[in-house]
Design a protein around this ligand. Structure first.
Ligand SMILES: *Cc1c(COP(=O)(O)O)cnc(C)c1O
Length: 313
């Protein structure tokens, strides 16, 4: 994310960030740290940005250098409609760069960068690729490649990196062990292909949503639920009754909410190399832990809805 900002913008540039959660905030914080004039397109957490409104907001300044957004706002479990957004932005602002943080979206969602007109996409090893943390990926459109202007950076110099890659080298010492892990991951993922991977995660996500709804819980996203994780509203009393500890005791670590969502939601991850029976186990532990935290529901209803949904897909 930092490399995208320091290699594609100059100090004082006008940029727009979509701020609909923790990771939108992260774009804003990095952009401000590197001296950009940031206009924030703020939306309520749990909602997806409207493509047309975002485009007309960004177009209030015709010199807008770049728009930064998430493909998947992991803090709220919302997947933004990146294709629609890119189309609307390109129409309103033909030369503005479109920069997408697809860190948790890649693999779980299809991300047709060239076809959709995305200029820069970033991702990382530890989410959909199921590789330990430590590698970050950045890829540029030809337009973005032509407009590289590395500044305020020594190691994160994409021009230098690009020139070295053309010679089959890297600019500095790479994390070779992680790259070999990534190679193994990509060999496995390529058996299914991007469409197959996205279909697998779409199926898990749909069954997971049906399960939590059958437990009587509400999904946090108002629309556009992510295929990488499911954010679920949980009564505050369950948190004070030790829900998260009960899950941990059963061998499942669920992420809670951050900031304004603390003790309001839990986030069930189903990205990486997760299959339906692992997710069934996690949902079983969730149901039991909820019951032990004083939440009344028909125990097993979630697991049943999960299996029944999968059987229809
Ligand atoms: C995980 C993630 C990141 C990276 O966050 P770290 O705190 O560096 O692990 C960035 N953006 C999104 C959308 C993510 O899900």
């Amino acid at each position: 994310m930092e490399a995208a900002i320091t290699n594609l913008t100059a100090r004082g540039d006008d940029v727009v960030v979509v701020e609909g959660g923790k990771f939108g905030e992260r774009w804003k914080n990095i952009a401000e740290a590197f001296g950009l004039k940031v206009r924030s397109f703020a939306i309520p957490w749990g909602e997806a940005p409207d493509a047309a409104k975002l485009a007309s907001f960004a177009a209030q300044n015709k010199n807008c250098r770049a728009v930064f957004l998430q493909a998947n706002e992991t803090s709220t479990g919302v997947a933004y409609p990146v294709q629609d957004i890119a189309r609307a932005l390109r129409q309103a602002l033909p030369s503005t760069l479109i920069v997408v943080d697809a860190i948790s979206a890649l693999v779980a969602h299809e991300m047709k960068m060239d076809e959709w007109g995305i200029d820069c996409l970033v991702s990382a090893s530890q989410k959909g690729f199921g590789v330990p943390p430590g590698l970050a990926f950045i890829t540029l459109s030809e337009r973005a490649n032509d407009r590289l202007q590395p500044r305020d950076a020594f190691y994160l110099n994409l021009k230098k990196e690009r020139d070295n890659q053309a010679k089959g080298q890297t600019a500095y010492t790479p994390a070779t062990t992680l790259i070999l892990s990534l190679l193994t991951s990509l060999e496995l993922l390529s058996q299914a292909g991007p469409e197959g991977c996205a279909a697998h995660h779409r199926r898990l996500a749909l069954a997971c949503r049906k399960a939590v709804e059958a437990m009587g819980l509400k999904l946090f996203p108002k629309s556009h639920p992510s295929q990488a994780l499911t954010a679920v509203e949980v009564p505050a009393a369950c948190f004070s009754a030790g829900l998260m500890a009960k899950l941990r005791e059963r061998g499942y670590i669920f992420a809670g909410g951050q900031d304004q969502l603390k003790n309001k939601i839990v986030r069930v991850a189903h990205l990486g190399f997760v299959d339906e029976y692992e997710l069934l186990g996690a949902l079983g532990a969730f149901e039991t832990s909820l019951a032990l935290s004083g939440y009344r529901h028909d125990l097993g209803a979630g697991a049943q809805a999960f299996l029944k949904t999968l059987a229809t897909l």
